[in-house]
Design a protein around this ligand. Structure first.
Ligand SMILES: Cc1cc2nc3c(=O)[nH]c(=O)nc-3n(C[C@H](O)[C@H](O)[C@H](O)COP(=O)(O)OP(=O)(O)OC[C@H]3O[C@@H](n4cnc5c(N)ncnc54)[C@H](O)[C@@H]3O)c2cc1C
Length: 360
C-alpha cells in the first residue's frame, strides 16, 4: 500500500469538485480529486448551462471550449406547458436571461447546451489538482485531526492523508452520509428517469428547451429537449413506485399532443435527487470537512444545479485557502461565504411553489 499526503482531498469531479480545485489552484495546497467513475463520465442532466453559470465559468475557468458543446448549441430559453390542455402552439416562453433564475446584470441571452461528460472533465483539468478516477473508497475516517481515505484505484491500494476533506460527491453523498447524517431531519429521495430516442417531434427543439408542469406527468416538472441526435424525455417523482406510470403518461402525451414518433429508444437512465433544497436543509460540514454542491443540498429553481455547485465549490475552496493561511473557524467562514447563495436557493424555491401554483 502506498501512502500519499495531500492538503486537500475532494471527493467528486462534478462542477462543485472542479470549482473547489480551481479556487485552490496556484495556492501551493496539494490537492487531489477522487472520482468513482472512469472519466469523462456520464451524468444524467439536461446539460443546460444557465447564463449565470456561463458567466462564472468564463470568469473563473476561461472560455468554454467548443468540444464540450452539444447541438443545438444554444436555446433561447424554456417553453412551458402549464397543463396537458395548453394548446401545443401556445406555450409560455421564458426567455434568457430571466430574473426568475438570476438577477445578475449583463448575462448572455441563451442557455448553452453542453455535454456534462465533456464540460465536467474540462473544468477539472483547469485546476492543478491530481485527478484519480475509477476509484473505490474503502475507508474514510478522521484520525488525529486528519482525514484518512483508503482507496482502490486501478487495482492499486492507496491511502490518502489530507488536512481538509470536501464532499462534492452529489446528491447521494457518501461524505454527508458518513459524517453529517441527522436522523431528526430525514432526507426524502426523488427518483428521476430519462429516455433518449431517435425519431421526430412537432416541437421546435432546435431553439427551445421544453418543460411540462401537468401533475399527471411528474411530481415536479417533466422536460423534453434535444441533445445532438437524440430527443430526451425526463420526469421525476416523490414516490418511486409511481415513476413508470408518470413517465408512460408523459410519453403518451408527447406522442398525442406533440407528434413524437420514436424510431428507437437508444438509452435510459435513472438518478435519485434529494428534497434538501426544497426544505432549506443545507449541510455545510464541520471541523475540517466541508460539503458543497448537491452533496450539501444546493439546487436552484428548475433543477439549475450547475450554477449553485460552481458557486458553493468556489466558496469552499476560498474558505479553505483563507483558513490554511490565517486559521480561525473554517465552517463559520464557509457559512458566511455561502449565505447569499442559501438565500437565493431558498427564495427561488418559495417563488417556484407560488409560480407553479398560479399556473396549474
Ligand atoms: C434530470 C436532471 C436534469 C438536470 N438538468 C440540469 C440543467 O440542465 N442545468 C443545471 O444547471 N443543472 C441541472 N441538473 C442538476 C445538476 O445536474 C446537478 O445539480 C449538478 O451536477 C450538481 O453538481 P455536483 O458537482 O454537486 O455533483 P455531481 O455533478 O453529481 O458530481 C458528483 C460526482 O461525485 C462522484 N461521486 C459520487 N460518490 C462518489 C464516491 N463515493 N467516490 C468518488 N466519487 C463519487 C460522482 O460520480 C460524480 O461524478 C439536473 C439534474 C437532473 C437530475
Amino acid at each position: 500500500m502506498t501512502i500519499n499526503e495531500f492538503d486537500v482531498c475532494i471527493i467528486g469531479s462534478g462542477p462543485a469538485g472542479a470549482a473547489v480545485a480551481k479556487a485552490l489552484t496556484g495556492s501551493g495546497l496539494k490537492t487531489v480529486i477522487l472520482e468513482k467513475q472512469k472519466l469523462p463520465r456520464y451524468k444524467m442532466c439536461s446539460g443546460m448551462l444557465f447564463p449565470e453559470a456561463q458567466a462564472i465559468i468564463r470568469r473563473t475557468f476561461g472560455e468554454i471550449p467548443e468540444k464540450v458543446m452539444s447541438t443545438p448549441r444554444t436555446f433561447k430559453g424554456i417553453r412551458l406547458y402549464p397543463t396537458k390542455d395548453t394548446p401545443p402552439d401556445k406555450p409560455l416562453e421564458i426567455l434568457m436571461p430571466s430574473p426568475l433564475f438570476s438577477k445578475e446584470p449583463g448575462l448572455v441571452n441563451y442557455l448553452l447546451n453542453v455535454s456534462r461528460a465533456g464540460l465536467d472533465y474540462w473544468l477539472c483539468t483547469q485546476s492543478d489538482a491530481t485527478i484519480l478516477d475509477n476509484c473505490t473508497i474503502r475507508k474514510l475516517v478522521k484520525k488525529d485531526g486528519k482525514i484518512v481515505i483508503r482507496i482502490d484505484q486501478e487495482a492499486k491500494d492507496v491511502e490518502i492523508h489530507a488536512r481538509y476533506l470536501v464532499g462534492a460527491d452529489g446528491g447521494q453523498s457518501m461524505v454527508r452520509k458518513k459524517f453529517f447524517s441527522d436522523d431528526s431531519k430525514p432526507i426524502a429521495q426523488i427518483p428521476a428517469y430519462e429516455e433518449h430516442y431517435t425519431g421526430s417531434v412537432n416541437l421546435d427543439t432546435e431553439q427551445w428547451f421544453y418543460a411540462f408542469l401537468d401533475p399527471e406527468f411528474s411530481q415536479g416538472f417533466a422536460s423534453f429537449h434535444q441533445k445532438d441526435n437524440r430527443l430526451i424525455a425526463v420526469t421525476g417523482v416523490l414516490e418511486g413506485r409511481l415513476l413508470k406510470s408518470y413517465f408512460d403518461k408523459f410519453r403518451a402525451h408527447l406522442e398525442q399532443a406533440h407528434g413524437l414518433v420514436v424510431k428507437e429508444r437508444v438509452h435510459s437512465y435513472g438518478i435519485v435527487l434529494t428534497d434538501m433544497c426544497f426544505r432549506g436543509d443545507f449541510r455545510l460540514g464541520e471541523d475540517n470537512v466541508l460539503l458543497c454542491g448537491e452533496a450539501a443540498g444546493f439546487m436552484r429553481f428548475f433543477t439549475e444545479g450547475i450554477t449553485t455547485a460552481l458557486i458553493t465549490g468556489l466558496k469552499a475552496g476560498e474558505s479553505i485557502l483563507k483558513h490554511a493561511k490565517a486559521g480561525g473557524n473554517l465552517i463559520e467562514m464557509y457559512a458566511e461565504a455561502v449565505a447569499p447563495e442559501i438565500k437565493v436557493v431558498t427564495e427561488q424555491h418559495m417563488q417556484y411553489a407560488s409560480v407553479i401554483a398560479s399556473m396549474i
